[in-house]
Design a protein around this ligand. Structure first.
Ligand SMILES: CC(C)(COP(=O)(O)OP(=O)(O)OC[C@H]1O[C@@H](n2cnc3c(N)ncnc32)[C@H](O)[C@@H]1OP(=O)(O)O)[C@@H](O)C(=O)NCCC(=O)NCCS
Length: 147
């Protein structure tokens, strides 16, 4: 079983590797500097940022953000990124990360956890379904303010 812990500054290089691979697997372009800035914001804002360690190696990462929600009447967690290195998959790493995230969320009074799954992405769908997540009818929209 991996050790799942909150990431800190000694994890930055490994987190950049994992999250760069995540974005590239999803066909999204993001340079290492852009990813580093996102990680810095997570540290500055105290956003949940978890790393899964197998021995000395970081094999998985998860970044989430807290959202004020009137729909849920409190704080909701949004899972922004979840990634497990390809050679470490199907060994319970993502389940271990999410179990920790769910336990922390329940303990801190979080009301719900939200996330997005790419259409047809069965591994992620199966993972989240197995933990009790359900798809809703909403479609994510975005406005890129850098353009
Ligand atoms: C999706 C992902 C995070 C799963 O990580 P993982 O560590 O391999 O997952 P786990 O070993 O903890 O699997 C837990 C459960 O998820 C489901 N699951 C995971 N991978 C699966 C696959 N390839 N096919 C079908 N079900 C899968 C299974 O129900 C599995 O339980 P089981 O092994 O007892 O059958 C990983 O494949 C990944 O990083 N993919 C690319 C990034 C990504 O898609 N992230 C999610 C974005 S929403």
């Amino acid at each position: 079983m991996p050790e799942v812990r909150s990431a800190d500054r000694r994890d930055i290089a490994a987190l950049i590797d994992l999250l760069a691979a995540q974005l590239s697997e999803h066909g999204l372009a993001a340079g290492r500097e852009q990813i580093r800035r996102g990680i810095e914001v997570a540290f500055e804002t105290g956003a949940p940022l978890l790393v899964a360690m197998q021995g000395p190696r970081a094999v998985g990462a998860c970044l989430a953000n807290r959202i004020a929600s009137v729909e849920h009447g409190g704080t909701v967690l949004f899972i922004e990124e979840l990634y497990v290195a390809p050679d470490a998959r199907r060994r319970g790493v993502a389940r271990a990360i999410l179990s920790r995230l769910l336990a922390d969320s329940r303990a801190s009074g979080m009301r719900a956890i939200e996330l997005e799954v790419d259409e047809g992405h069965e591994p992620a769908g199966a993972l989240y379904r197995s933990l009790g997540f359900e798809a809703n009818k909403r479609t994510p929209w975005v406005l890129d303010l850098r353009r």
